[in-house]
Unconditional design. Structure first.
Length: 293
């Protein structure tokens, strides 16, 4: 009976596994192969060159700047989505007045693709009639107006804010779901003992939200490391490469310079980084959970 169930299980899994191999595993392995070649569409070369592309990456200033931007983006994305998502979820869980309307407004970014989010914030940041500069002019602060996406000192943080607008909504939903699992008896016991709200949050709420926190951090890490679409829509990696991430750099090398081998090396590097970072985080989370038990 057990073998029969396993047989049917593999029958039903065969198509999804085949599609996964075709769409995910195949292109990934193909990228690894291309990263070891000098494949170039313009010169039509395709020779095996070993690790030459990776050695070139180590000397490429554009690569190191993109790596730095990706690191800044990842760290900022995790911190912002974790803290603001938690604060919003906690506030909404305590609010009864207009709570459904507020939740609907805050959930709205999740219904939009990052391309649409990028266009929305592109118009918000416009110098001539963007909402930010219109507001600054209305309150008499004309000297503070600027082209936020064209200024090298503000471009990266401006795009991160636009991306975080959607990421915070996702984190908030996860935290709201997690707050429903917080033991009511523990909260009541803490209140009876005279614990202040800050103490209740620190010693009751946050420990109960440990699984939700792990999910939020994991999703923020993955989404930040693979960021491409919103950057491409808003700045295309400019100005002067200040918003260029590794994904954007890989795209530029493949579809503007037609250097597919070098582009694949960047993509492989990003893939390995993502696996190491996410794997290390999941391992640390698992060990922390085991120690708590």
């Amino acid at each position: 009976m057990v073998s029969r169930k396993r047989y049917w299980a593999w029958i039903f899994l065969s198509l999804p596994l085949a599609l996964y191999g075709l769409i995910v595993v195949g292109p990934t392995l193909y990228s690894f192969y291309f990263s070891l070649t000098d494949s170039n569409l313009l010169s039509k070369t395709h020779n095996f060159i070993g690790l030459a592309n990776f050695r070139a990456l180590s000397k490429d200033s554009d690569f190191w700047e993109a790596l730095r931007n990706t690191a800044v983006w990842t760290i900022a994305g995790v911190i912002v989505s974790l803290i603001l998502g938690f604060i919003l979820a906690l506030g909404l869980s305590k609010t009864r007045l207009w709570s459904r309307a507020i939740k609907s407004i805050l959930f709205l970014p999740l219904a939009l693709s990052l391309v649409v989010v990028g266009f929305i914030w592109f118009w918000i940041y416009r110098y001539d009639f963007g909402l930010i500069n219109l507001f600054l002019r209305a309150i008499g602060k004309d000297s503070l107006t600027k082209d936020w996406l064209a200024d090298p000192s503000t471009a990266l943080i401006a795009v991160i804010i636009a991306w975080a607008w959607q990421q915070i909504s996702l984190s908030m939903i996860i935290f709201l779901a997690g707050l429903t699992a917080v033991p009511v008896d523990l909260m009541e016991a803490a209140q009876m003992d005279g614990a202040k709200p800050r103490t209740q949050i620190r010693h009751v709420v946050i420990p109960s939200l440990a699984p939700a926190i792990s999910v939020v951090i994991s999703l923020a890490l993955i989404n930040a490391l693979k960021t491409f679409d919103i950057v491409f829509v808003m700045t295309q990696g400019g100005p002067f490469g200040k918003t260029r991430t590794l994904a954007v750099l890989s795209y530029r090398e493949a579809f503007r310079s037609y250097n597919f081998g070098y582009s694949s090396a960047i993509a492989v590097t990003l893939f390995i980084m993502t696996v190491i970072i996410i794997g290390s985080f999941m391992y640390a989370t698992k060990r922390a959970g085991a120690n708590d038990e």
